[in-house]
Design a protein around this ligand. Structure first.
Ligand code: GMT
Length: 377
């Protein structure tokens, strides 16, 4: 349905499997369905971006690997493409997800466009662009500069907003706009998926992440190994990156028959529809979109109480939170949810309700629209 006063919006994100790309893609699709023209600009088509939808366009960035360059450069060709798309499609807004290198490229792109036709730059911080790269002296000054030059900065949680202000000593406004998830209908039936995984009547404990060090996959596996209800469940790992580095630990802990892995899954809904409990052991997390994705399917999670997770999950209402690094507490909480079906269902019901009430496209996307309109006024 065409919007009353449609905007032309450029979106740049990482196109590979990951929370910031998932969010940016869902945002672009929803904005297009509200009548705005949306232009994705990236080195690859974002993995969840629907094809053949009206008002949704993709502009690839061409990267040349010149022999002189020891390290191929992405920032410059990205900025040139952003400037081209801004001019050709008269973009009102250029919204970048994850500051590095997207915010820097956007600032450069804006400067390359003639005054009067420059898009407004919105930078959304997602997590490690602050909590990791903000401590890297090779990046931090450039990130801080790009934030200062952005027309608006947003963060996906209040925890990330506070951390950004502190780490970069950034005094400008940061709007907190939480993430949302827009689940798609599963492509296969629950029975088909259970059959594919070779499941009988076991419960499914799901963990979905890029397996980077901060996810503490070592603690995830230790937690599972400690649970006494050993024959009642499987751990299903939906891995954004190869799981091979953890195979040795799986064997050492005697979990070979307990752990199922699927890598680079793009139809996550197929698996979430059969998930009973989520398990997240991160030591830092600005939001943890994976927990929200599970909540949409009525699946409560056991997770560490870090970063923005308490803004997503209310402890003992829509999931269970335990102190970071406490494997005994994680295992106890997981065991409780595996054994106590009534508790699991009650938390799951509440989780689904909270996802709908607080983290749906209908609640969140208008907040971005309002921000864009304020900047374009
Ligand atoms: O920052 C990252 O590590 C990558 C990023 C991603 O692309 O998956 O994850 C961050 O953004 C997600 C979407 O906003 C959040 O759900 C994740 O919590 C966040 N990761 C961290 O803060 C470690």
């Amino acid at each position: 349905m065409p919007a009353r006063d449609p905007l032309r919006i450029g979106i740049t994100c990482y196109p590979s499997v990951g929370g910031s790309g998932t969010l940016a893609t869902a945002l672009g699709e929803d904005l297009a369905s509200r009548g705005h023209e949306v232009h994705f600009i990236s080195y690859e088509r974002p993995f969840r971006l629907a094809a053949g939808r009206p008002r949704l366009h993709f502009h690839p960035v061409q990267i040349n690997d010149y022999p002189l360059f020891r390290f191929p450069d992405y920032t410059l060709p990205l900025s040139v493409r952003m400037a081209e798309v801004s001019r050709d499609h008269r973009l009102d807004v250029l919204h970048v997800h994850y500051a590095v290198p997207h915010a820097t490229a956007a600032i450069l792109a804006r400067a390359m466009v003639e005054p009067g036709r420059q898009p407004r730059v919105v930078t959304t911080l997602h997590g490690t662009d602050t909590t990791l790269l903000g401590y890297d002296t090779g990046y931090a000054p450039a990130i801080r500069y790009a934030l200062g030059c952005s027309d608006a900065v947003t963060a996906v949680s209040d925890a990330l907003r506070r951390e950004t202000a502190r780490v970069f000593d950034f005094e400008g406004p940061i709007d907190v706009i939480h993430n949302f998830f827009a689940p798609r209908p599963p492509r296969r039936s629950a029975d088909d998926v259970r059959r594919e995984l070779g499941l009988g009547t076991e419960l499914v404990v799901v963990h979905s992440s890029n397996l980077r060090p901060g996810k503490r996959v070592d603690l995830l596996l230790e937690t599972v190994a400690r649970v006494r209800a050993r024959d009642a469940f499987k751990l299903l790992v939906l891995a954004g990156e190869p799981f091979a580095p953890f195979a040795e630990q799986v064997g050492r802990l005697g979990l070979t028959d307990r752990v199922l892995v699927r890598e680079k899954v793009d139809g996550i809904e197929d698996y979430l529809q059969i998930a009973d409990v989520g398990l997240y052991t991160s030591e830092a997390e600005s939001f943890c979109l994976s927990i929200l994705e599970a909540m949409w399917f009525g699946c409560p999670s056991v997770s560490t109480r870090v970063g923005g997770i308490p803004e997503v999950v209310e402890d003992n209402r829509s999931g269970l939170l335990v102190p970071s690094g406490d494997v005994a507490a994680l295992a106890e909480a997981l065991e409780t949810l595996i054994r106590d079906e009534a508790r699991r269902s009650a938390l799951g019901r509440e989780a689904r309700q909270r996802a709908r009430d607080c983290f749906s496209a209908d609640v969140i996307v208008p907040r971005y629209e309002t921000l864009y309109r304020r900047l374009c006024r």
